[in-house]
Design a protein around this ligand. Structure first.
Ligand SMILES: [Zn+2]
Length: 391
């Protein structure tokens, strides 16, 4: 069914060394073949860990300084802040450098102003754009009905009606199918930042680039690709539903973060931001109770009853949901979540009730790491080294 396996091409694929048509074939094979996908994940995990080791070495000491500063240790705080300040300022302390910096800044402002006056508005043809393929009906780019192929430039909208669909090539890193009744804008098309905005409709994204290169802005949260395939649907009220089919996606807004693995879903709501993620196969009662909790606001009675219903019905696998609830609960609510999660997945050594109730990040990370939610390799890869691992 899948033709030949592609083990020999995986390393070249990971390093972006394949020509575009082959990249696409490999990506499609990866989407459909579990065996090659597992192999690819192992290879990219190794590569990522090696890269992380190099990247993390320098900031390590700085991180420790910051951490003790945050922990309120007055002696270290002074030292840390001074050390950081010295590091940043030392080269600026020389008057000649300061003068040069000011001169460069001024000339940049001047140049920017001149460019703005001369070239605003920008020529549409000079804008970066992505290829769009018509799949059905007559999708519209800007004001124009599109032919078989078209280009979506930065700042332009692609719209589909009830009977049209289109496919957008996300630079060289993936593709996004736009389903009927959707409205999508190309926000950014840089080498390492690919960003769409969607006001309503449905898209199916498949991205084969390293994580954090593809973003979708929705009315109430930012979807950050962490190496994966997913669908994202936004209804007329701006409520979004994310459904991950491969890898991980993060939903971010207003300081809330939801990490959604394959097989899980997450709702995002205007004003409220990303809800608590849950697995598709959780019971309907569990899902309903969770939605009640997420939307209860300050109604303490509703909130408390909904939380109890979630906790009672939680299976071991629903640790995904319970762990996220630790960051979305307060005081005795959080204690109840802690106790139920501890029954399902006993906390690893050094993770203490009191610490978790105080929001201790190290303990939360350590517990998350022990949840074994399936693709934990993906999680470790993209979240970066956990404090417990770097000892
Ligand atoms: Zn294969």
């Amino acid at each position: 069914m899948f033709g030949k396996h592609i083990g020999s091409k995986l390393s070249a694929h990971l390093h972006g060394e394949l020509p575009p048509d082959e990249t696409r074939q490999v990506a499609e094979h990866l989407r459909d073949c579990q065996r090659c996908r597992t192999e690819y994940e192992e290879i990219s995990f190794g590569a990522q860990m090696a890269a992380q080791l190099n990247r993390e070495q320098a900031p390590d000491s700085l991180w420790n300084e910051l951490e003790s500063a945050l922990n309120g240790n007055p002696v270290h705080r002074k030292g840390a802040v001074e050390a950081a300040a010295t590091r940043r300022k030392s080269w600026l302390a020389i008057p000649a450098v300061q003068f040069a910096a000011v001169a460069v800044t001024l000339s940049l402002i001047g140049a920017a102003f001149w460019l703005y006056r001369r070239e605003s508005p920008p020529e549409p043809d000079n804008r970066p754009s992505w290829e769009v393929t018509r799949l059905e009906g007559q999708p519209v780019i800007g004001e124009k009905k599109m032919d078989e192929k078209g280009r979506l430039a930065v700042g332009e909208w692609l719209a589909t009606d009830a009977s049209s669909r289109a496919q957008i090539s996300v630079g060289q890193i993936g593709e996004v199918k736009i389903e009927p009744n959707s409205r999508v804008r190309l926000v950014t098309a840089n080498g390492d930042e690919h960003r769409l905005g969607m006001t309503h409709g449905k898209m199916e994204a498949f991205i084969w680039a390293p994580p954090r290169q593809f973003f979708v802005e929705t009315p109430s949260a930012l979807a950050v690709d962490l190496g994966c395939s997913y669908t994202l649907e936004i209804n007329g009220d701006g409520v979004g539903l994310l459904h991950v089919t491969l890898g991980w996606v993060a939903f971010e807004s207003q300081g809330l973060e939801s990490f959604v693995p394959a097989g899980a879903m997450c709702v995002t709501r205007p004003q409220l931001g990303p809800g608590t993620p849950y697995f598709n196969d959780a019971s309907v009662d569990f899902q309903n109770a969770l939605a009640k909790f997420d939307t209860a606001g300050t109604d303490h009675t509703v909130r408390s009853a909904a939380l109890d219903a979630v906790l009672i019905q939680a299976r071991k696998r629903d640790a995904l949901t319970l762990w996220h609830l630790l960051a979305r609960t307060v005081e005795n609510e959080r204690g109840r979540v802690y106790d139920r999660l501890a029954e399902l997945i006993p906390p690893p050594p050094k993770v203490r009730r009191k610490g978790v109730l105080n929001g201790d990040r190290t303990m939360l990370d350590a517990w998350w790491d022990s949840l074994e939610l399936g693709d934990t390799e993906w999680w470790r890869m993209w979240k970066g080294p956990l404090p417990t691992q770097t000892k």
